[in-house]
Write a protein that binds this ligand. Structure first.
Ligand SMILES: Nc1ncnc2c1ncn2[C@@H]1O[C@H](COP(=O)(O)OP(=O)(O)OP(=O)(O)O)[C@@H](O)[C@H]1O
Ligand SMILES: [Mg+2]
Length: 112
């Protein structure tokens, strides 16, 4: 099992969620976050002056998936989230030791 932390543009998060559903994973968590990547924030013009905006709002989706679906899910997210411009986001991939469905006590893949 793996956990994906998927950081995307706010305006792409709905498409990403639909794409994930299409790969067979309706269950997920969504968070509103702020962050920055290698551009170290962005420069904005306002009333003739230049400002650095240190952090930009993004959406983070967390999802647990089976190992066999890893490539399929990553590709679906990339397709849904990519504009080709800086700021399209990142996918962090982490191994997961266990999952427990609290209601039933199921463990592992059956609890995803
Ligand atoms: N190294 C990092 N560690 C943790 N979070 C990161 C890292 N890089 C990016 N992020 C998160 O991802 C968001 C989007 O990053 P972004 O897509 O701008 O990455 P990038 O490396 O600058 O790539 P690009 O050059 O395409 O913009 C950031 O706002 C931040 O929330
Ligand atoms: Mg960037």
């Amino acid at each position: 099992m793996f956990k994906l932390e998927i950081i995307v543009r706010e305006e792409r998060v709905e498409e990403v969620i639909e794409a994930l559903k299409g790969t067979g994973y309706p269950g997920l968590s969504i968070m509103s976050i702020e962050g920055r990547g290698q551009q170290n924030g962005i420069q904005e013009q306002f009333r003739g002056r230049s400002y650095i905006i240190p952090f930009l709002p993004k959406k983070k989706v967390e999802i647990l998936i089976r190992e066999e679906d890893l490539e399929k899910v990553k590709n679906a997210v990339i397709k849904a989230a990519r504009t080709g411009e800086p700021g399209d986001g990142k996918i962090f991939v982490m191994p997961v030791v266990d999952v427990i469905r609290i209601r039933t006590g199921e463990r592992g893949e059956g609890a995803i």
